[in-house]
Every structure is written in C-alpha cells, then in structure tokens.
Ligand binder design. Structure first.
Ligand SMILES: Nc1ncnc2c1ncn2[C@@H]1O[C@H](COP(=O)(O)OP(=O)(O)OP(=O)(O)O)[C@@H](O)[C@H]1O
Ligand SMILES: C[C@H](N)[C@H](N)CCCCCC(=O)O
Ligand SMILES: [Mg+2]
Length: 224
C-alpha cells in the first residue's frame, strides 16, 4: 500500500485539482484507490453533518467506496486556519486520532490512498501538532502543487526545502494554472523551476473552468 500526500505552495494553489488528476491517473492504471482530506475547514451542513467540497470532489474520483466520515474525519464550518476552527469547535486534533482514521482506510485494502492537505506544507493542527508529523507517520510521499502565479518560485523552493527538512520523500511537483489568465512569462518561470527544484516535474495542468468534469490523469506522470 502506498500513500501520496498532496501539498501546495499555498492555499488555492490547486491541490484539489491535482488530487483529482492523481486519482484519475491511478485509476487509469487500474489501481484501487481511496481519498482522504483528513482536516477540512470551509464546510457546508447537509442536514446530517459538515461536508467539504474538496473531500466530495476527491470521492468522485476514487475507485473504492467508503463512508464520507472516513474520507474526511475532521470537518469544520468556517473557512479559516484549521487549528483555529478546531479550537472554536472544541475539538483537539491529535496524531493518534488522525492515524486511527487513516488505518480505517488502510483496512479497506486500497493500493493507494491519496491524501489532500490544507493550506501549505507547514500547517498547524493544534498547539502541539503540525501536518508534516501526520504525513511522516503514514509514510506518504509528497506531491507538491505549484500554483503558477508571481511569487511561486520562492514558494516552490521554500516548500521543497521544508519537505526535505521534515525528512519526508518527495515524488515531485506539478504545476497548475489557478487563474484564467496565465502568469506573465509562464514558460520562463517553468524553466526556472525545472532548473532550481531538486525533485522531478511530474506534469502541468492548465486553467479550465470545467476542471471538475475533465479527465486530467494523462497530464501527469507518476513513477510506478
Ligand atoms: N486548473 C484550474 N482550472 C480552473 N480552476 C482552477 C484551476 N486550479 C485552481 N482553480 C480554481 O482555484 C480555486 C482554488 O483551487 P483549489 O481548490 O484546487 O486550491 P487548494 O490548493 O486545493 O486550496 P485549499 O487549501 O482550500 O484546499 C478553486 O476555486 C478552483 O476552482
Ligand atoms: C479555508 C482554506 N480554503 C483552507 N482550507 C485552509 C487554509 C489554511 C491556511 C493556514 C495558513 O497557512 O495560514
Ligand atoms: Mg483543496
């Protein structure tokens, strides 16, 4: 069993789009997949529970089925930093609880679990816990989403360095265009990233307002 953790240069960089592409790519390879968005802030009440759009979207592209609560065990209403949302809801996020939820997915026997983070790499979950500790504990490999906008060179290189400092393996990085207008000198910025990043460029995703209904798996290339 393998786990990929999808992080990004920032919130709104395109992690949810990349999570969809990775799930589709793995499905195209015939692999059994499950998705996880362990902690989500920015949720809607569906009459029974808080539901997060990233989790719902990822669930549309996994090949195995599971209860919503296994995909997204921690869901908070306000679209704010998750550790603050958790505090306000009187929920304490612990590594033990998060691992227990992850193990419930493992028990369903997938080939791959694709986990979407929240925000960027260094995400606090409580006064004691940061997201990279969870990523390390589940032995995931990281895929970094680079949102192609001015400032992404610094954010991409800093994030890659921080992932290395956390002693977590990186599969590589995927560029995503999060706005209808491409950034100025997009190609030159991509060339700079290719020159400066230590890990591999795994693919590029363009802007398309209809992305949720598109097949994106062929745009990326993951090692077997
Ligand atoms: N390639 C794309 N084509 C069209 N829209 C995009 C694309 N990438 C991102 N967007 C839009 O930008 C917004 C942010 O993207 P996304 O939700 O993937 O970010 P994120 O990194 O997952 O953020 P979060 O930290 O909230 O999980 C979304 O509204 C999405 O529709
Ligand atoms: C609400 C938002 N869309 C994300 N789900 C959470 C982003 C948290 C960012 C925390 C931070 O680094 O400041
Ligand atoms: Mg997202």
């Amino acid at each position: 069993m393998k786990a990929y953790f999808i992080t990004g240069t920032d919130t709104d960089s395109g992690k949810t789009v990349v999570t969809q592409a990775v799930l589709q790519h793995l499905a195209d390879k015939g692999l059994k997949t499950l998705a996880m968005k362990p902690v989500a802030s920015g949720c809607d009440w569906d009459g029974t529970r808080w539901i997060n759009a990233d989790a719902t979207n990822a669930r549309r592209h996994m090949t195995l089925d599971c209860d919503y609560g296994l995909t997204n065990p921690f869901a908070f209403e306000p679209a704010i930093a998750p550790h603050i949302a958790a505090q306000e809801a009187d929920v304490s996020l612990s590594l033990e609880d998060m691992l227990q939820h992850f193990e419930r997915l493992v028990a369903l026997n997938p080939d791959v679990i694709v986990v979407e983070g929240a925000g960027g790499w260094l995400l606090p979950l409580s006064d004691q816990l940061m997201m990279p500790e969870f990523v390390k504990a589940i032995n995931a490999e990281v895929i970094l989403t680079v949102g192609m906008k001015l400032g992404c060179l610094n954010h991409a290189m800093l994030t890659e360095q921080a992932i290395f400092s956390s002693s977590v393996p990186i599969t590589g990085w995927i560029t995503n265009q999060p706005s209808v207008e491409p950034m100025a000198r997009s190609e030159q910025n991509l060339d700079t990233l290719k020159q400066r990043m230590a890990s591999s460029h795994l693919g590029s995703i363009s802007f398309d307002a209809n992305w949720q209904n598109l097949a994106l798996g062929h745009l990326i290339n993951l090692p077997d």
